[in-house]
Design a protein around this ligand. Structure first.
Ligand SMILES: Cc1ncc(C[n+]2csc(CCOP(=O)(O)OP(=O)(O)O)c2C)c(N)n1
Ligand SMILES: [Mg+2]
Length: 590
């Protein structure tokens, strides 16, 4: 938890708005993503008085602000803070908050609300946002007394960052922002129903897991976002070095174990590697760390990891036995449980056969693509970007949602946690660019590349203005197939290729009815290079394979924001694929 600085209760009456901002400063907030409006004018005025302490980034859409706050939080591990006005500002924020809830990202969202005297009257720009956001936040407040502000903000940071992390929403009516009181920043928290369970694994449990590991012949680690959220990557690597157990990760767990390590099995699940899914299927011991057995991972739940024992370590008691019954369930943060385990664990007796078997699967079913294709395949573009950046220690990648996201997860090998930002649980198109904005704000010296899809980019394309105006030189490698590629893939596989509103060009083009040539018209619509230039970005199209490396280099080396529009075919499917609700035995390979 961010430590609240001890500030003596001041006798001087202070406005609610100033108390909010001072509270943020006390919690170590240095950046806020905030879009103003009538009900947040006092808060924004106050922010100008604290401008030497807090940088205010003005997104161009509130959803962008929420995702930027996520980009900040996901890369730093600190709380991301965003703010909007009431009504439409607040409703625009909801998607990014729901997204943070599903991926357990700590956020504090502050919204203005109409004055307390008119709440409930359908006042101008009134939305009962606390009612609306109730089920997509970890906690939420409507503050109706200026004397509560300091305590509420303190509680908000506490709740967002303790236990399983998540977003907290604080709605503050305008008259409460203007009211004055002598603030007490040390006011005790009042959270009678919220208990942070500081549960640790019992020594007996750790000994039991160690014994199971020692006895196992075919163990696999299934590691998720909880390993990253809990700062447990180093302990995970240590465990693998001690035991030789191979690791597969979820989408949100990518980077918690080095992606190019020989013991890395890459991602598992629907678009995971064949070898990861086979390994989990045949495992006699599945070590599930900081995961929630999402349906995109398990497919048919009854048959997932059904040939062995399951150890599940998670900080959130409600995840234990929710989808799969664990043989040993440990409610604990992953880091402390793994560090205890590392003190006593011994390697299994002999993993030679298991390693051999996995090597065989890796060889027969690699994550590949057609290297001889004439044009640029999206997988190839990602591989080349990875090749050109893999030895840099400073790369952060974001994505939209769709095929390009899955290919990035498969082909960019992340070596460190907090370097791959993607909307996992909610799967929200439009995540990539604003998340890159937040990441670049937090890490001005790092290279931030949004590998995006054309459909996804268009959903928050306005954030290009934020990048230019706020001096945030992010890069976009656009995998432009002029289609909603992931939906096209499902149309092709499960709906006889019937195109149903998945073509992003004019409706009278042959592609709109599935009559295209697989490559798209030469004149791509929209012209993303022209769009980028209108936002004062540098930009370039590339469609010749022979020009790709040069174009990627140009993107990386050109100062300022840069969009590389990579024209890719649309008839490429993300493989392998386990259709929804099925098992690795139903995997489609091509
Ligand atoms: C906000 C939102 N709307 C709709 C969807 C459903 N959806 C998932 S992937 C996808 C296609 C994405 O297209 P694009 O961004 O171009 O990526 P591609 O699959 O072509 O790489 C759609 C429509 C979604 N995930 N999010
Ligand atoms: Mg697309």
């Amino acid at each position: 938890m961010a430590k609240a600085a001890k500030i003596k209760a001041s006798a001087k009456p202070t406005s609610g708005a100033d108390i909010v901002v001072q509270s943020l400063v006390n919690h170590g907030v240095d950046t806020i993503f905030a879009y103003p409006g009538g009900t947040t004018i006092p808060l924004h005025q106050s922010l100008t008085r604290f401008k030497d302490k807090i940088r205010v980034i003005l997104p161009r859409h509130e959803q962008g602000g929420g995702f930027a706050a996520q980009g900040y939080a996901r890369t730093t591990g600190k709380v991301g803070v965003c703010m909007t006005t009431s009504g439409p500002g607040a409703t625009n924020l909801i998607t990014s908050i729901a997204d943070a809830k599903l991926d357990s990202i700590p956020l504090v969202a502050i919204t203005g609300q109409v004055g307390t005297s008119v709440i409930g009257t359908d006042a101008f720009q009134e939305t009962p946002i606390i009612e609306v956001c109730r089920s997509v936040t970890k906690h939420h407040y409507l503050v109706t007394d200026v004397n509560d502000i300091a305590r509420v903000i303190r509680e908000a940071f506490h709740v967002a960052t303790t236990g399983r992390k998540g977003p907290v929403w604080v709605d503050i009516p305008k008259d409460i922002q203007l009211a004055r009181t002598a603030p007490d920043y040390d006011a005790p928290m009042q959270l009678p129903g919220y208990h942070v369970e500081d549960r640790q694994a019992a020594p007996g449990q750790i000994a039991e897991v160690a014994a199971m590991i020692k006895k196992s012949r075919r163990p696999v680690i299934y590691a998720g976002g909880g390993v990253i959220a809990g700062g447990a990557s180093d302990e995970l690597v240590k465990l693998v070095r001690k035991t030789g157990i191979p690791v597969t990760t979820t989408l949100t767990g990518l980077g918690c174990f080095p992606g190019d390590d020989p013991l890395c099995l890459d991602m598992l699940g629907m678009h995971g590697s064949v070898y990861a899914n086979y390994a989990v299927d045949e495992a006699d011991l599945l070590l599930a760390f900081g995961v929630r057995f999402d349906d995109r991972v398990t497919g048919k739940v009854d048959e997932f990891a059904s040939h062995g024992k399951i150890v599940h370590i998670d900080i959130d008691p409600s995840e234990i036995n929710k989808i799969k019954t664990a043989d040993v369930a440990i409610i604990s943060d992953v880091k402390s449980a793994l560090s205890e385990l590392n003190k006593v664990v011994e390697p299994p007796e002999d993993l030679t056969d298991w390693h051999k078997k996995i090597a065989g699967w890796k060889k027969s079913d690699p994550l590949g693509y057609d290297h001889d294709f004439d044009g640029i395949l999206p997988q190839h573009a990602i591989r080349e970007l990875w090749r050109l950046t893999k030895d840099r220690d400073d790369v952060i990648i974001t994505t939209g949602v769709g095929q390009h996201q899955m290919w990035t997860a498969q082909h960019y090998k992340f070596r460190h946690p907090r370097r791959f930002l993607s909307s996992g649980g909610l799967g929200t198109m439009g995540f990539g660019l604003p998340a890159a904005v937040g990441a670049k704000t937090a890490h001005p010296d790092k290279l931030v590349v949004d590998i995006d899809g054309d459909g996804s980019l268009l959903m928050n394309v306005q954030e290009m203005a934020t990048c230019h105006c706020e001096k945030l030189p992010v890069k976009i490698m656009l995998l432009n197939n002029m289609h909603l590629g992931m939906v096209v893939q499902w149309e092709d596989r499960f709906n006889a290729g019937n195109r149903a509103h998945t073509y992003l060009g004019p409706i009278d083009d042959p592609e709109a009815t599935g009559q295209g040539d697989g490559l798209c018209p030469d004149d791509r619509y929209p012209d993303f290079v022209a769009i980028a230039r209108a936002f004062s970005w540098s930009a370039r199209h590339v469609w010749e394979k022979s020009e790709l490396i040069d174009a990627i280099r140009e993107m990386l080396e050109t100062p300022g924001p840069y969009l590389l529009d990579v024209q890719v075919p649309y008839q490429e499917h993300v493989m392998p694929m386990i259709p929804s609700g099925m098992t690795v035995r139903d995997v489609i390979r091509e």
